[in-house]
Design a protein around this ligand. Structure first.
Ligand code: SF4
Ligand code: SF4
Length: 425
């Protein structure tokens, strides 16, 4: 079996067989260990890719039973995929981990009423993310109140963080139109909105539409889109994730000939893998990361200049470790000669956001973020840019707590700012 051939299986035994076959491709060479952020932090084998493969394999073979400890160990993985990039045997680690978490959930004997109810609510919202946008609008006054009280004491910063600490980043948004047309242009692109993005980061989606229109592309937003499915898949809820994938496949069948652009790099890792789970009607091959798309379709005669700016560019794991082109934001911003672009450099190669990790594992998510925050404090850029919403929220929260007034934006939002400044001149 090759790394990309682990399809959706409709029985636990088939899943176990898939896991054992894929795990069997690991030759335990350990070459991935120095690249794993959690192993770098802990130096514990069970927190390494090789250790995790052994645990998942033991669960599938019946040597290990499902337990709270095993669940915690499996969910300690950030799913950053750095190990995959380094593996000489091309072990499909992320697929293995998703399957492992799903298998563990299936084998878990008891689940609390609270967990079942919470999961049902989360899955409903991910399948109908328009409700997330509406919720963000309704709670907007509370967010504003909280924004003014968000700086905590030094002591409390060391011990806790809740979802409320991310509220100040929410930007409520009205409903998007179905189309944003450019007159006399036949160039067209479809936009994937995402779930958390449309609830918390509507400004970035507006900026993406504005920039795509400015470079001559009409933007279509197919109705009926769901969450990309990544959060549910990584949480071990494969069946729910498949329902979201199916909704997106149906939604984008309405624009069969246009590329599908996504904004949050985390969504791209999931959208690009649909064909590993379902017949996706070509969706996986149509997706394109937005910076890559803009750079590749930049009009030859377009001459836009920026003012001098010092920018720190953070590269999310989801951009660095497949399937997107990690250098795309760098190349796109390289169009502006006066931008002084610094790359963020952390020994851990992960800012610690990692889906819901930033909410549930305070210590690890902070330990991974600290080197990035320290670099920002030292270099004092005008703006920090990053292509993944989770990373942006996590870094912005850290900067707020450090009382540093440095905005965190998507690279395309920076391009939109420059375009608007030029339009005013
Ligand atoms: S996905 Fe990232 S955190 Fe998980 S084992 Fe691989 S390198 Fe480590
Ligand atoms: S690099 Fe690949 S083969 Fe080697 S230990 Fe890691 S997962 Fe296994």
């Amino acid at each position: 079996m090759t790394g990309n051939s682990m399809k959706y299986a409709d029985s636990i035994q088939t899943d176990k067989d898939l896991i054992l076959a894929e795990a069997g491709r690991c030759v335990a060479c350990g070459l991935c260990l120095p690249h794993c952020p959690t192993y770098q932090l802990t130096q514990v084998e069970a927190e390494s890719p090789r250790g995790r493969i052994s645990l998942i394999s033991a669960l599938a073979s019946g040597e290990l039973e499902a337990s709270d400890t095993l669940e915690r160990l499996l969910h300690d993985c950030l799913l950053c995929r750095a190990c995959e990039n380094m593996c000489p045997s091309s072990v499909s680690f992320s697929m293995l981990m998703d399957k492992g978490r799903y298998l563990h959930k299936c084998l878990q004997k008891k689940r609390s009423f609270k967990e079942i109810t919470a999961n049902k609510l989360i899955d409903f919202l991910f399948r109908h993310p328009e409700w997330l946008r509406i919720a963000a609008q309704i709670t907007s006054p509370i967010n504003t109140l909280y924004r003014n009280k968000t700086v905590k004491t030094y002591e409390s910063r060391q011990t806790e963080r809740t979802a409320l600490d991310y509220l100040p980043s929410i930007k409520p948004h009205r409903r998007w139109k179905d189309e944003y047309l450019v007159e006399n242009s036949r160039k067209q692109v479809s936009l994937f909105l995402g779930c958390v993005s449309r609830g918390m980061d509507g400004d970035t989606l507006d900026d993406v539409i504005y920039v795509l229109n400015t470079i001559g592309y009409s933007v279509t937003i197919p109705a009926g889109q769901a969450c990309c499915g990544a959060l549910s898949l990584h949480a071990g809820r494969e069946k729910e994730s498949l329902k979201m994938m199916q909704k997106n496949i149906l939604a984008f069948e309405t624009t069969p000939s246009s590329p599908i652009v996504y904004t949050a790099s985390g969504c791209g890792s999931s959208l690009g893998k649909y064909h590993d789970y379902l017949p996706d009607n070509g969706l996986s091959s149509r997706i394109d990361e937005v910076c890559q798309f803009i750079y590749a379709h930049w009009p030859e005669d377009m001459n836009v200049t920026s003012r001098k700016m010092k920018i720190l560019l953070h590269t999310p794991c989801s951009l660095e470790n497949k399937p997107a082109n990690e250098s795309a934001p760098h190349k796109m911003l390289g169009k502006f000669e006066k931008i002084n672009l610094h790359l963020s450099s952390s020994a851990y190669h992960c800012c610690g956001a990692s889906g819901t990790k930033m909410l549930v594992d305070f210590n690890t998510s902070n330990a991974l973020r600290d080197p990035v925050l320290n670099q920002i404090k030292m270099e004092q850029p005008e703006i920090v840019v990053t292509s993944n919403l989770g990373c942006a929220l996590h870094l912005a929260e850290g900067l707020r707590q450090a009382q540093l007034d440095i905005p965190v934006k998507h690279p395309v939002s920076l391009v939109a700012d420059i375009f608007r400044e030029n339009a005013q001149d």
